[in-house]
Design a binder for this molecule. Sequence first.
Ligand SMILES: C[S@@+](CC[C@H](N)C(=O)[O-])C[C@H]1O[C@@H](n2cnc3c(N)ncnc32)[C@H](O)[C@@H]1O
Length: 211
Amino acid sequence: MAYVPANGRFLPTALYDRSIAITMRERAWRPRLVRDVLLGEPSDVLDLGCGTGTLAVALVGAPGGARVTGIDGDPEILDLARVKEGSERVDFVEGMADSLPFADASFDRVVTSLLLHHLQPPVKRAALAEARRVLRPGGRLHVADWGRAQDPLMRVLFAGLQVLDGFSNTADHPAGRIPGMIEQAGFLGVRRHDCLRTVWGSFELLSADAA
Ligand SMILES: C[S@@+](CC[C@H](N)C(=O)[O-])C[C@H]1O[C@@H](n2cnc3c(N)ncnc32)[C@H](O)[C@@H]1O
């Protein structure tokens, strides 16, 4: 399957927020991600693969007054985002991660949570290159997604996610290839801020700089 929707290959998109609330320990990482993204007071933030807009709404509601754009390839999930409380201040755009409809150097931050494992390796690479292209010099990329398993249990749990979301698009994550792919897209200084145990395996918060 080329396009993997928010809730994977078998579960309805309408249940996405509930699935994530049950399985993803959101309070352990979303508020931290919002703080990290807004460090340095960016003016323009892009949420790449924004889904139902949970992160975009939190970003636009936080102090600092950043303009927030959310982009996603699925019109159904953008309909859910647009009715979320606080979403009227986010600019939601339909578009694909590997061909962003924005000019070069349009944003100070690009953040992408739970998107990369949906993308086939060449699309992942193209999406990271697009993130680099739309970032201004001195800008920063933040990635929240699965990484190398901390232990055998985390690897077994990740296999369950692979059944739901697909195997070829997720294989780079437990193999630990995401930081290298970020560097190959032209970013510097990839940092791992945290690695959380979840019911779907080891979940990492990464960031890197646009030179
Ligand atoms: C698991 S959801 C993550 C949503 C949100 N970022 C979050 O943190 O809850 C993955 C999202 O990526 C979107 N997506 C998948 N492939 C995409 C692509 N090639 N371009 C743009 N969005 C894509 C899906 O529609 C879905 O909304």
